[in-house]
Design a protein around this ligand. Structure first.
Ligand SMILES: *[C@@H]1O[C@H](CO)[C@@H](O)[C@H](O)[C@H]1NC(C)=O
Ligand SMILES: *[C@@H]1O[C@H](CO)[C@@H](O)[C@H](O)[C@H]1NC(C)=O
Ligand SMILES: *[C@@H]1O[C@H](CO)[C@@H](O)[C@H](O)[C@H]1NC(C)=O
Length: 378
């Protein structure tokens, strides 16, 4: 596992205690531990789907101008659930949650011959889950490759070449673009000022929540340098300071800056660390991920600090210290809050599927990914 619980304890006694406690909780929490650790960062804060929340004003992504509500039925078959996490999709999920008609989700494999789209989540494929190559494949059926992870964690997917028709991912050029979050226009009403959006209980300069800690990650190297220059509060499983879903935002709101450091650097790979942690929590994000230009396509350029803005980590640290003391300048990073608010999927595994129906009519057809591996690394 990513968290080396037992190895870093200094004394044998505390090692023993920690391991015994862990062993105990392992027995109790076995099902939840079955969730793979690579995406533990994502899953830790995943909100379970609530079928009683019928809210048709939710949006599926920022600018869904391509939205068309088809009058033909679309059947979407989930071949296996991501991370083995079976979701409750009984009823008419896409209609109830997003007002999308004629869009049916199922995980009943006997519907394969009728399915318009079949969803294959990557993690299970690289762990040995088989594609239904033994079944006659309807010519019109679209196979959709679905992944939330960056190429660094998707494994060698060469065996998928020529098999998948569409992609569903955080990549903006995926057939089904499903971002980790987005800003949506929001009118806060007159009389509000930027100051109203800055939490008043700031007591830490910089904070970081990390559940997958690895020395070879670029982010770990930056953190190790940064903590020598400024104090950094660290939380998360990897640090033995796990935060639950309710503690996360109140904790982040007490930090001037939040280190939204991605585990790997790839085009468009900007995760909940930016959206659901920093921006929602009311801390200014310090980002490490794709280029500044790439971030600027998603959020205003004056709403974040990029590690690459500085020649050195020392210089970054000095800048953060000065900025936290400069009330007015610090506040300017919150200007976007007057016009936007942060949004993200309630259910990362179900909500993205509904998007298929809204843009179905605009899909290129037929389409095949002859080299998915290279597409990922583009
Ligand atoms: C529906 O969604 C809107 C916008 O996200 C939210 O303000 C509202 O509280 C939601 N209503 C319910 C019943 O959840
Ligand atoms: C800090 O203040 C914000 C609102 O400004 C609040 O949401 C959050 O819960 C507070 N955090 C703590 C730890 O009290
Ligand atoms: C999907 O890919 C298969 C296999 O390459 C191909 O035969 C089929 O025409 C494609 N279907 C669509 C809808 O693009």
């Amino acid at each position: 596992m990513a968290d080396h619980w037992c190895c870093h304890r200094r004394t044998i006694l505390s090692t023993l205690l920690v391991c015994l406690t862990l062993f105990g909780s392992l027995l109790v929490k076995w099902p939840s531990l079955m969730k793979p650790f690579l995406t533990a960062e994502l899953n830790e804060f995943m909100v379970p789907y609530d079928s009683t929340n019928t809210n048709s004003t939710n949006t599926l992504i920022p600018d869904d101008s391509t939205n068309t509500h088809s009058s033909t039925n679309t059947t979407i078959l989930v071949w296996h659930w991501a991370f083995g996490s079976k979701q409750d999709i009984h009823g008419n999920v896409c209609q109830d949650r997003f007002g999308i008609p004629n869009c049916f989700l199922s995980d009943d494999r006997s519907l394969f011959p009728q399915a318009d789209f079949v969803i294959f989540h990557n993690r299970e494929l690289i762990n040995g889950q088989q594609l239904p190559l033994h079944l006659p494949r309807p010519e019109e059926q679209g196979w959709v490759w679905f992944s939330w992870e960056s190429p660094a964690h998707n494994g060698n997917i060469k065996f998928l070449d020529g098999k998948m028709n569409y992609t569903m991912s955080y990549r903006r050029d995926a057939d089904f673009f499903v971002p980790y979050g987005w800003l949506e226009p929001h009118n806060v009403g007159s009389g509000m000022t930027v100051d109203d959006f800055i939490p008043k209980n700031k007591s830490y300069l910089a904070c970081w929540v990390v559940s997958n800690y690895a020395g070879h990650h670029k982010r770990t190297q930056v953190y190790n340098k940064l903590k020598k220059v400024i104090p950094v509060e660290v939380y998360g499983g990897a640090m033995g300071r796990r935060l639950n879903g309710e503690q996360l935002l109140p904790t982040i709101s007490r930090c001037y800056f939040y280190l939204s450091f991605e585990n790997s650097q790839f085009q468009d790979y900007v995760t909940e660390k930016l959206w659901s942690n920093a921006l929602k929590g009311g801390a200014v994000p310090v980002v490490l991920g794709p280029s500044r230009k790439n971030y600027e396509a998603m959020i205003p350029k004056d709403s974040f600090i990029h590690v690459d803005d500085f020649w050195s980590v020392e210089e970054l640290g000095a800048f953060l210290k000065k900025l936290a003391e400069d009330r007015e300048r610090y506040a300017s990073y919150f200007k976007w809050k007057l016009n936007y608010r942060v949004s993200a999927y309630d259910n990362w595994l179900v909500d993205p599927l509904c998007r298929i129906c809204t843009i179905r009519s605009t899909l290129q057809k037929p389409k095949v990914y002859r080299n998915l591996y290279d597409w990922e690394r583009k």
